[in-house]
Write a protein that binds this ligand. Structure first.
Ligand SMILES: NC(=O)c1ccc[n+]([C@@H]2O[C@H](COP(=O)([O-])OP(=O)(O)OC[C@H]3O[C@@H](n4cnc5c(N)ncnc54)[C@H](OP(=O)(O)O)[C@@H]3O)[C@@H](O)[C@H]2O)c1
Length: 239
């Protein structure tokens, strides 16, 4: 296991849920974080709560679907040094029958879960060079279909193809030192489930800290090892 102390990370979705847990864990490992999501107040709460460090936290309110915001995130992160780590944890879920999925809903969901990851990864491969680590947060819905989840499954199946192809591309270019990891969590107790018609029992779900621990495990592998993909399930399985 390697030390991450002094590295620089861009973490999307850092205001809440899995991204919030990842950001906090990395700061406590000594990583300097650029915390990115749309709601400034949530990012400032993270910054205040993780003030003890040892890593530092800069906040950057922005939307992963905006090319300008994504570019700005990497520019602002470079105040700590060239980014070494990108964790794509921004995303959302909208569940329900397809007939009730508006075009706006579809675009928001594909935008946050897939287009945003594309924009962030593109900026990462442009700026990180041949060393670094990209971690994308997928879902079990990336290889198992669920009812009332056509748009969500489309975004997560798309993320699987995108991430595997990116990993192959970097290896083919001799940039295997820029590692790519895709983590598929099962149901996780976060605000993503708020307002949905149905959700699994909260006490049976993973905690956001469990997923953050999986991200940390991947990031701490020695340079000769790569966690390409990981499925992290609640102990009861698919809920
Ligand atoms: N919870 C689960 O059961 C579960 C299971 C498997 C996979 N996942 C995946 O894990 C990821 C994170 O989910 P979560 O459970 O942590 O959800 P969450 O608690 O709702 O947090 C989502 C985060 O993403 C940010 N975000 C959403 N849209 C954004 C956008 N367009 N631009 C920038 N930031 C945006 C939100 O902040 P703002 O609204 O302030 O922007 C928030 O910080 C998602 O990709 C989700 O599909 C979740």
């Amino acid at each position: 296991m390697i030390s991450l102390g002094g590295k620089t990370a861009v973490v999307t979705g850092a205001g809440r849920g899995i991204g919030r847990a990842v950001a906090g864990l990395l700061i406590r490992e000594g990583v300097n974080i650029l915390a990115f999501s749309r709601t400034r107040s949530a990012l400032e709460i993270l910054q205040a709560e993780e003030d003890a460090g040892p890593g530092r936290c800069a906040v950057c309110p922005g939307d992963v679907t905006s090319e300008d915001d994504v570019r700005r995130a990497f520019e602002e992160a470079s105040a700590f040094g060239t980014p070494d780590i990108l964790v794509n944890a921004a995303g959302l879920a909208l569940f329900g029958p397809l007939g009730r999925c508006s075009f706006k809903d579809w675009n928001e969901l594909i935008g946050a879960n897939l287009t945003g990851t594309f924009l962030m990864c593109r900026e990462a491969v442009r700026t990180m060079g041949s060393q670094g680590h990209i971690v994308n947060i997928g879902s079990l819905a990336g290889f198992t279909p669920f009812t009332n989840s056509a748009a969500y499954c489309a975004s997560k199946y798309g993320l699987v193809g995108f991430t595997r192809a990116l990993s192959m591309e970097l290896r083919a270019e001799g940039r295997e030192g820029l590692r790519v990891t895709l983590i598929h969590p099962g149901s996780t107790d976060t605000g993503l489930w708020d307002g949905q018609n149905w959700s699994p029992p909260a006490h049976d779900m993973l905690r956001a800290d469990d997923v953050a621990g999986a991200v940390l495990y991947a990031l701490k592998q020695p340079p000769n090892a790569s966690v390409d993909e990981m499925r992290l399930l609640p102990v009861k399985g698919i809920l």
